[in-house]
Design a protein around this ligand. Structure first.
Ligand SMILES: [Zn+2]
Length: 86
């Protein structure tokens, strides 16, 4: 079964040293396969809004554990909410 994983990492901003959060979405075709179709979804500083793609060389990037992402549940929820009137 095809599954999606959300990856998050954080590093400090070049401008204000605040936390820059970067995300990417990867797809796994099944339990044992490697992640494919990795899409970077951009990075932004939570403190000043500066869009910074990479941490500085001296900085340490903190990687968070990947989260299993289930988009079908979100779609199902939004569909049911359109039937309130019925
Ligand atoms: Zn910043």
């Amino acid at each position: 079964m095809k599954t999606q994983y959300l990856h998050l990492s954080a590093y400090s901003c070049d401008k204000c040293a605040g936390p820059v959060v970067a995300g990417s979405l990867a797809v796994r075709e099944n339990e044992i396969s490697k992640e494919t179709d990795i899409r970077q979804v951009g990075a932004i500083c939570l403190s000043c809004g500066h869009r910074q793609c990479k941490g500085t060389e001296a900085d340490v990037t903190r990687n968070f554990p990947p989260v299993h992402w289930e988009p079908t549940k979100v779609i199902a929820a939004s569909h049911s909410s359109t039937h309130w009137a019925n």
